[in-house]
Write a new protein. Structure first.
Ligand SMILES: Cc1cc2nc3c(=O)[nH]c(=O)nc-3n(C[C@H](O)[C@H](O)[C@H](O)COP(=O)(O)OP(=O)(O)OC[C@H]3O[C@@H](n4cnc5c(N)ncnc54)[C@H](O)[C@@H]3O)c2cc1C
Length: 419
């Protein structure tokens, strides 16, 4: 399909509620404009990657050319220096054009965001600060040289939900750290150069405080990618299973010093919201497609459908949800900080829930309001419908877990228990 209708819609403040009214810095404007230069090509490639369940390699070549693999690498270390909100804006715009590119790009950038300013604000010993400075410079250097980092945490257990320590182990030897374990849904598997793996230090009684965050080179002996990849949606993420069998990595593989991950996870809850922008941009894309389709502005559509009151009503309902989601998005992405208040933390869960669920609801409504021909595979809508369903399944903040935390948080004060 010719996706050039996106050029008009991406830029039109009337039709596009994306950043209308949101204060943007010069850097944010510039980065969004750069995404727009490449976006239509990504939108057109998305059909093939969805059909084949193949990785959008050419889009990553573009991201390299744009310097975006260093998007969240601090400026003083050679990167673009996007902070959390800037990252969120850019990621939502990438997803507007290609959601699987945004979904996987999230994994790459989280490795940089989590190890930059956020760690500097935590309590580290002088030795930990020194080793962290050294290690991250090494990994940021890889990113700036065009290396792609993935972030496989999930193990099919409660570990990624924060219920217990990760089953993947890291055992210290004279030769370095020996890693063993299995990660499911390793997005970018077979396409990343490094896997940012959460694992547990091999001690007598491991707890979550023994969590380690290690960068494992994809070509290290003992690393393998196994299993099929034929899912409902987000097919271009190529999220196969990663096996680590006696993989030896040096001390410099530590993306965070020992014991720091758990501090970060409890003090910076918003760090688990880096995937949210992907589903926000996707919802906007489905909405814009529906508007363009009903106005007969999409290629191969000659019949206008906008004059029917039920279509107008359907679009209006989508618009209302989109506005609600963007309002929360803009507020919550501006609240990223160390030790946010209880209200800010609860709002973050509400934002995550809203965007992940509304994304699927907006995409579903778009299929209904546009009608039968719109769900044929020459249009992007049926793919958006499938892709959007994945958002609320993502640990650690699935839609269900967000509701659990909101419900408990509303009914119990801090530390309050029933006798
Ligand atoms: C397209 C796609 C790409 C993905 N990419 C990645 C990736 O790159 N990296 C990555 O780490 N993961 C990735 N994931 C995995 C994702 O984050 C989840 O881990 C995965 O969807 C969970 O599947 P499951 O069947 O194990 O889920 P579930 O069974 O829902 O959850 C697994 C476990 O979590 C706990 N749990 C679930 N719900 C609750 C609850 N309400 N309360 C308490 N505990 C609960 C339980 O112990 C449960 O056994 C991806 C998923 C998809 C769909």
């Amino acid at each position: 399909m010719d996706s050039s209708y996106l050029i008009k819609y991406a830029k039109s403040a009337d039709a596009n509620t994306m950043f209308d009214g949101a204060p943007l810095t010069d850097l944010q404007r510039e980065l969004l404009a750069r995404v727009d230069q490449y976006g239509v090509a990504w939108a057109e490639r998305a059909f093939k990657h969805d059909r084949e369940a193949s990785f959008p390699t050419a889009n990553y070549e573009d991201l390299k050319e744009m310097g975006f693999l260093g998007l969240c690498v601090p400026k003083r270390l050679g990167g673009i220096g996007a902070d959390y909100r800037t990252y969120a804006l850019v990621a939502s715009r990438i997803s507007y054009y290609c959601s699987t590119t945004a979904n996987t790009f999230n994994m790459h950038n989280a490795n940089a965001l989590w190890t930059a300013d956020m760690v500097d604000a935590l309590e580290l010993t002088p030795e930990q600060r020194e080793s962290h400075e050294h290690n991250r410079a090494l990994h940021y250097g890889h990113m700036l040289a065009g290396k792609i980092y993935a972030q496989p945490f999930s193990e099919g257990s409660g570990a990624a939900a924060g219920k217990h320590p990760f089953g993947t182990s890291a055992h210290k030897t004279a030769d370095g750290w020996v890693l063993n374990g299995k990660k499911i849904f390793a997005s970018l598997s077979g396409h990343a150069d490094y896997y940012g793996v959460l694992c547990t230090e091999d001690v007598a009684e491991p707890t979550r405080a023994h969590t380690m965050f290690m960068a494992v080179p994809a070509n290290a002996p003992g690393v393998s990618v196994v299993g099929d990849w034929d899912p409902l949606g987000m097919r271009g993420t190529v999220s196969r299973t990663l096996l680590l069998k006696n993989v030896v990595v040096p001390d410099t593989a530590q993306l965070m010093p020992q014991g720091v991950y758990i501090q970060a996870a409890s003090q910076y809850p918003h760090m688990f919201m880096t995937l949210t922008p992907c589903y926000m941009g996707l919802a906007q894309a489905a909405y814009d497609f529906a508007v363009a389709y009903l106005r007969a502005e999409v290629s191969d559509v000659n019949v206008k459908r906008r004059m029917y009151p039920t279509k107008q009503f359907g679009v209006a309902e989508m618009y209302v949800k989109l506005q609600q989601a963007w309002a929360l998005f803009h507020r919550v992405t501006s609240e990223f900080k160390r030790n946010p208040s209880r209200t800010e933390r609860m709002r973050a869960y509400a934002c995550q829930y809203t965007i992940m669920e509304y994304s699927a609801e907006i995409c579903s409504a778009a299929v209904k309001v546009c009608g039968g021909q719109a769900m044929l595979k020459n249009f992007p809508l049926e793919r958006m419908f499938r892709d959007s369903r994945c958002g609320s399944l993502m640990l650690p903040w699935t839609a269900e877990i967000c509701l659990d935390r909101i419900g408990h948080g509303v009914l119990y004060e801090e530390g309050e228990r029933d006798d």
